[in-house]
Write a protein that binds this ligand. Structure first.
Ligand SMILES: [Zn+2]
Length: 466
C-alpha cells in the first residue's frame, strides 16, 4: 500500500518534504530548507527521517528555497538518485542553490565572528561543492510529459502559475489491478498574476496534498497594477525613496514589468529604478531565456513586455554601485532582496532610510513569523539591523496583490472542478491558515481534510477502507 510521510512544511510554511512510498519505491516530493524562526532553522541540521541513500528520486515542484534548499544537504548525506524538475526550474535552481550556499557560509562566518555558534566552530549546512553535486543529479522534464521517478510510480507536471518553471505534480502509483492518484500542489499561483499564466486546472485524484499559505484569508481584490499605482503615487507625494524588499527571482521581474507598464501609461511619473541585486540581474537573464513561458496579457503597450525582462533599469551589481544609491534623495525606487528582509542588500538601505519619515517601505510578499518584514508589518518602533536598533519612521505599505500564492478563494477556484479527493492533506501553512483552509473545504465542499504534523505517516489505500 502507498503511504505518505510528512517530513516538513506541516504546520509551517517552509521545509517542504513529502515522502511517498510504495512497493519498495521511495520518492521525495520537494526538499526544502526550513526558514524563519530559529527553532525551525535548527531543523535543517536534523536528519531527513529516512536514510537519504534509500530515496530513489526527488520530484521538485519549483525552485524556491523552501522547496529546494535542502537538496545539497540531501546529496551530502548520501542521496544518489535523479532530481526531476522542469527546465526553467533547473536553470533557477543553479542560481538559487549557489546563493543559498553563500548564505550558509556567511551565516557560519558571522556566528564564528560573534561567538554565538551552537557548534564551535560554526559550519555551513552545505558548501558549493555540495550544490555542484546536487546539480549533477538534475533531470529536466517538460510539463505534461509522464516520467517514472521510481518503480511503480509515474508522474507529470502541470503549470502551477506560481513562479517561472513551477509545476504541480500529478502522480500515479500502481496498486494491484488499479492505481492510486495523488496530487502534490507545490505552491499554487494566483489568477491574472503579472508574468505568469493562471494555474492549470487540477486533474481528479484520490489524495490531495495542498498548500495553505493563505488558507485563512483573501487577498485584497485590487489588481497588482492598481495597487502599485496607488502606493507609488503616495510615496512620490511623500518625496522620499521607496524601498521594495523583493525576492530577486520572480518578484523583482514582476515589479519592473508593472512599473514600466505604469510609467508607459503615464499613471506614475518616470522614476529612477535600481535593481540592487546581482542575483536579480542573473535571474532576469533566465527569465529572458524562458520568455515563452510568460503571460504578457497585461501588457497594453508595445515594448513593455520586452522591457519587463530586459535590464533597462539601473542594475547595481557591485557593492560600490549599491552604496552610490545612498546619495540619491528621491523620489526613486530601490528593489533589493531579501524579500523578508532577513539579509541581503535591502538591510543597508533600511538602516539608512528607515529613520526618514519621507521614506516608503513596500512589503511585497509573504512575511514569515520572526522576520524583519513581519515586524515592520506589525508596526515595530525599531528594527535591529547589523547589531543596531534602527528607529522606524518610514511609512510601511503592503502590496497584497504581489503574493505569489493563491488565497483561500483562489485555492477554492483552483479546486472547483475537482471531484472530492478521499483525503486532502493541508500543508505549507501556519496552523491558523491550514485550519482556515480545512474549515473552508469541509463547510463548502464537504471534503475530508487532514492537517498533518511533521513526522506523521498516512496510509493511502487504493480502495476505501470503510
Ligand atoms: Zn514557492
Amino acid at each position: 500500500m502507498a503511504r505518505i510521510t510528512f517530513l516538513g512544511a506541516a504546520g509551517v510554511v517552509s521545509g517542504s518534504r513529502h515522502l511517498l512510498e510504495s512497493g519498495g519505491s521511495r520518492v521525495l516530493f520537494d526538499c526544502g530548507l526550513f526558514q524563519g524562526e530559529k527553532r525551525l532553522r535548527q531543523r535543517n541540521w536534523e536528519p531527513l527521517g529516512v536514510p537519504p541513500a534509500s530515496v530513489d528520486a526527488v520530484v521538485l515542484t519549483h525552485a524556491h528555497i523552501d522547496h529546494s534548499g535542502w537538496l545539497p544537504r540531501l546529496v551530502r548525506e548520501g542521496f544518489r538518485g535523479p532530481i526531476h524538475a522542469t527546465p526553467a526550474t533547473i536553470d533557477l535552481l543553479d542560481l538559487l542553490l549557489y546563493d543559498s550556499a553563500k548564505c550558509q557560509a556567511e551565516d557560519a562566518a558571522y556566528a564564528n565572528r560573534k561567538g554565538y555558534a551552537a557548534h564551535r566552530p560554526a559550519l555551513p549546512l552545505y558548501e558549493e561543492r555540495d550544490v555542484a553535486a546536487a546539480l549533477e543529479r538534475v533531470s529536466p522534464v517538460e510539463r505534461g510529459r509522464w516520467f517514472q521517478p521510481a518503480g511503480g510510480v509515474r508522474c507529470r507536471f502541470h503549470d502551477a502559475g506560481h513562479m517561472l518553471g513551477s509545476g504541480f505534480a500529478e502522480v500515479e502509483v500502481a496498486a494491484g489491478d488499479r492505481s492510486v492518484r495523488i496530487l502534490f500542489s507545490g505552491d499554487v499561483g494566483r489568477y491574472d498574476a503579472p508574468l505568469y499564466h493562471d494555474p492549470a486546472p487540477p486533474p481528479a485524484c484520490d489524495y490531495l496534498v495542498c498548500e495553505s499559505t493563505y488558507g485563512d484569508r483573501d487577498h485584497s481584490p485590487d489588481r497588482p497594477l492598481d495597487e502599485l499605482e496607488g502606493v507609488v503615487n503616495e510615496a512620490v507625494a511623500r518625496g522620499g525613496m521607496m524601498l521594495v524588499a523583493a525576492f530577486a527571482v520572480g518578484r523583482a521581474q514582476q515589479l519592473v514589468y508593472l512599473l514600466r507598464t505604469l510609467m508607459a501609461a503615464g499613471r506614475i511619473p518616470e522614476l529612477p529604478v535600481w535593481i540592487d541585486s546581482p542575483m536579480a540581474v542573473e535571474a532576469t537573464a533566465i527569465f529572458r531565456r524562458h520568455a515563452a513561458e510568460h503571460d504578457f496579457s497585461e501588457a497594453r503597450m508595445a515594448g513593455v513586455a520586452e522591457a519587463a525582462v530586459s535590464p533597462f533599469v539601473r542594475m547595481a551589481k557591485t557593492a560600490a554601485e549599491s552604496k552610490a544609491i545612498n546619495h540619491h534623495e528621491g523620489p526613486g525606487i530601490v528593489i533589493a532582496s531579501s524579500g523578508m528582509m532577513n539579509g541581503g542588500r535591502i538591510l543597508h538601505h533600511l538602516a539608512r532610510r528607515l529613520p526618514d519619515p519621507n521614506t516608503t517601505v513596500i512589503v511585497a510578499g509573504f512575511q514569515a513569523k520572526g522576520t524583519r518584514g513581519r515586524k515592520l508589518l506589525d508596526r515595530a518602533d525599531s528594527l535591529r539591523i547589523h547589531g543596531r536598533d534602527i528607529p522606524v519612521r518610514a511609512a510601511v505599505r503592503q502590496i497584497d496583490a504581489f503574493s505569489g500564492h493563491a488565497d483561500r478563494a483562489e485555492l477554492g477556484r483552483w479546486l472547483a472542478g475537482m471531484p472530492a479527493p478521499r483525503t486532502t492533506f493541508l500543508v505549507h501553512g501556519e496552523p491558523p491558515a491550514a485550519r482556515g483552509m480545512a474549515d473552508f473545504l469541509r463547510s463548502t465542499r464537504g471534503w475530508t481534510c487532514e492537517l498533518p504534523t511533521i513526522g506523521q505517516v498516512f496510509d493511502l489505500p487504493a480502495h476505501p477502507t470503510s
